[in-house]
Every structure is written in C-alpha cells, then in structure tokens.
Design a protein around this ligand. Structure first.
Ligand SMILES: O=c1nc[nH]c2c1ncn2[C@H]1C[C@H](O)[C@@H](COP(=O)(O)OP(=O)(O)OP(=O)(O)O)O1
Ligand SMILES: [Mg+2]
Length: 204
C-alpha cells in the first residue's frame, strides 16, 4: 500500500502526517483534497470515540482504508478541559488564537508547577469489512504563561516542554515529529499494522 486517506481538514495535522508517512513511503490524502465532504460531527465523549466516528464515516463514504486523528489538550488545573472540546474551546469557528487567549485567561494566577498538561492523540483505522482499530498516546508538558514560537499549530505556542526548554511551536517540524502525541500514536499503529491491515498491505 502506498497511499492512505487521513480523515481531517486540519492543515497542521496534514503536514505532520505527510512527513511521518513520507518516511514510510506512503502518500497522504486528506479531506483538504475533497472539500465537498461535510465535517463528521464529533459527538463522542472521548478522543477514541471521536476518532472512530471520523474514520468509519469517511471509510464508509470512500470505500477504502481511512485513518482519523482526534486530539486535544488536557489541562490538570482545569479538571481535564478543554479535552475533546479543544478545537471549539472559544467557539465553533475553531480559532487557535482565541482558544489560546481563553486558556491563558482561565489559568491566570495558577503557578507553573500546577500548570501540568498533556496533548492526547487517538488514531482510528477503519477498513471496510474489518473491525476498527484505535491506538492512543500522550505528550506531557506545561502551559506557558505567554505564547512563544511560530511553528506547529493549535496550542503549540503555549505548550512548554521542560526537557527542551522550549514550547512545541519553537521546535522544528522534525523535532516535533520525534516527540509528539501524534508521532507516538503512529508508532503504536506501526507495531500493530500487519494485524490491523490483515493482508491489505504493509506500512513499510
Ligand atoms: O499537535 C498539536 N499541537 C497543538 N494543538 C493540537 C495538536 N494536536 C491537537 N491540537 C489541538 C488543536 C485543536 O484545537 C484540537 C484538535 O481537535 P480535533 O477535533 O482533533 O481536530 P480538528 O477539528 O482541528 O480537525 P479534524 O477533526 O478535521 O481532524 O487539539
Ligand atoms: Mg475536529
């Protein structure tokens, strides 16, 4: 297999998946290539449920294997919010800058040692006629007091990695793809790939 559909319209995710799959010799198509496909409603209460909903809906529509990513930011001092609502935290228009502003506002006065958080990623693989597989992984860090860096997308400018002394947005794309929740989840998929695909093809 040398092509996979990722059920997302998020350009940041598409860039990261394209780089991660390029190493495996696989071309990535996304819903940015099919703008007429309507958004799948994320009605689940967990990342895994939403990833499954997106993968199965698009696989059913296209009749081919599809991977979906549902991800977000889990902040301990906010009881796990914004969680599955990360994209829509500050409103349905999914505006990264407004989401970050709301997050920093809610954490005003919270000292650094209590600003622990993680990015969480659930990846679902839906293949016609086979059970859907879901893997999950997380990347631990802290919510910074102000945005820093231009790279990545979403909440990256306020996600501080103590071991790097940088926010996720200050990493190069290659550095982010070594440590991110998305890369770790994809590595788990790699391990299970032959079982999941059941003869459909190998990832590498
Ligand atoms: O590496 C990341 N770096 C920064 N922020 C991130 C990351 N990974 C997820 N996030 C944030 C962005 C968005 O606020 C939410 C994902 O929401 P999520 O529903 O999975 O994606 P989405 O609606 O943007 O696109 P789609 O559903 O079409 O895949 O978490
Ligand atoms: Mg979404």
């Amino acid at each position: 297999m040398n092509k996979i559909v990722i059920a997302t319209k998020n350009a940041g995710k598409v860039r990261e998946f394209a780089a991660l799959f390029a190493k495996r010799g696989i071309d990535v198509k996304s819903l940015l290539d099919f703008p007429d496909v309507p958004d799948v409603e994320e009605t689940g209460s967990t990342f895994a449920e939403n990833a499954r909903l997106k993968a199965e809906a698009i696989s059913h529509r296209f009749g081919c294997p599809v991977i979906a990513d549902d991800s977000g930011l889990v902040v301990d001092a906010l009881g796990g919010r914004p969680g599955v609502y990360s994209a829509r935290y500050a409103g349905e228009d999914k505006n990264d800058a407004r989401n970050i502003a709301k997050l920093l506002h809610e954490l005003e006065g919270v000292p650094m040692e209590q600003r622990t958080a993680r990015f969480h990623c659930a990846l679902a693989v839906a293949i016609p006629g086979r059970p859907t597989a879901v893997v999950e992984a997380a990347c631990e860090g802290y919510i910074a007091e102000a945005p820093r860096g231009e790279g990545g997308f979403g909440y990256d400018p306020v996600f501080y990695l103590p071991e790097k002394g940088k926010t996720m947005a200050e990493l190069t794309p290659e550095e982010k793809n070594e440590i991110s929740h998305r890369a770790k989840a994809l590595a788990k998929l790699d391990e299970q790939w032959d079982d999941i695909m059941g003869g459909e093809g190998r990832m590498e």
